[in-house]
Design a protein around this ligand. Structure first.
Ligand SMILES: [Zn+2]
Length: 338
């Protein structure tokens, strides 16, 4: 199994559910097919980009609702704002992620070596996803029936952090290691939003992807870190499938063994720990997670929840010994004993 994750922000299983619950919603099916084509192109290395090493520059393209990558140049580093606010938002949020990695973790871009931050907006017609393909980010406009947009700061942080994980722990994208990989991206996407807004742990919703659904959908977001399983419940989507405790672990084979389902368990452990510590999530909780996934004392690619939890306790003991009790309590609270 490849470490590379070319699946999108919206899990295929949810797109399949949407297709079966909404006869005639071709956007869901077309989104899955298009994402598969992109994954195959990425695996073959047929997509080429200008990647200047060490520059860490933003390069935003538009696909103009066609499906060619990277598309035409829309706004590169230092260019003035354009008349297209989707382009401007992508430019802004890519910059926030770059600054967050550099200022908080002294990491120079996704690969740690200043790789350019490349993004393509307006991908496809009614394309219902955003993804990282190992080289760049891509964003659809959504079908405007269920999905409103994917150019959101936590979505961008989530997808780019898949690139960081790929370059560090390399957590395998299946089973518990895959759910940890997914959780890591949710954690960093949500903390990026908190950092960009200057919000402490009490001021944020802890939702993943608030704003991706249209107002017609009964759902606040795609996932909830503090209350997994409660993010949406709508006849056209079904119900948020995330468990909030290890005793309810999904053990089936769909979604690569539940990578977007079981991520609710470590997500809740992180949110509980960060809220117990208080203040800004990137001061204590996030550095412990970063060290355990990306630092010198990090887990290996096949880590399970228990391995990762032990690693966070080990790192927290060295970094913030006064918070170890709260960390153990957070893991024990979701049924992962440390
Ligand atoms: Zn993901």
């Amino acid at each position: 199994m490849s470490k590379r994750n070319t699946s999108g922000f919206v899990p295929n299983q949810l797109l399949l559910d949407i297709a079966s619950l909404n006869a005639g919603n071709l956007s869901a099916i077309e989104t899955i097919a298009a994402t598969q084509r992109i994954a195959q192109a990425a695996a073959k290395g047929t997509v080429r980009y200008k990647i200047a090493k060490g520059a860490s520059e933003r390069q935003i393209y538009t696909a103009g609702n066609a499906s060619r990558l990277p598309g035409t140049k829309a706004r590169f580093e230092g260019d003035k704002a354009t008349s297209d606010n989707v382009v401007n938002d992508a430019y802004e949020f890519h910059g926030k992620m770059r600054d967050f990695l550099l200022q908080v973790f002294k990491r120079n871009s996704i690969d740690g070596a200043g790789m350019n931050l490349i993004g393509t907006v307006h991908y496809g017609k009614g394309y219902n996803n955003a993804f990282w393909n190992g080289q760049q980010m891509t964003y659809g406009d959504g079908d405007q029936q269920i999905f409103a947009t994917f150019v959101l700061i936590d979505v961008i942080g989530h997808e780019m952090f898949h690139g960081v994980t790929e370059h560090t722990s390399g957590l395998e994208y299946s089973g518990e290691s895959g759910a940890l990989n997914e959780s890591m991206s949710d954690v960093f996407g949500v903390c990026l939003r908190q950092w960009a807004n200057g919000h402490d742990v009490t001021q944020d919703s802890w939702l993943v992807g608030p704003g991706i659904f249209t107002s017609k959908v009964k759902g606040a977001a795609l996932r909830s870190m503090t209350a997994p399983g409660t993010a949406y419940n709508d006849p056209r989507l079904g119900k948020d499938p995330q468990p909030d405790h290890y005793s309810k672990l999904y053990t089936g084979s769909s979604d690569n063994g539940g990578v977007h389902i079981n991520s609710g368990i470590p997500n809740k452990a992180f949110a509980t720990f960060a809220i117990a510590v208080g203040g800004k999530s990137w001061d204590v909780a996030l550095p412990v997670w970063f060290e355990s996934n990306c630092g010198a004392n990090r887990v290996g690619p096949n880590a399970d929840f228990s391995d990762f939890a032990k690693k966070t306790v080990d790192n927290c003991t060295k970094m913030f010994p006064q918070h170890v009790a709260a960390l153990k309590s957070a893991w024990n609270g979701v049924g992962v004993t440390v």
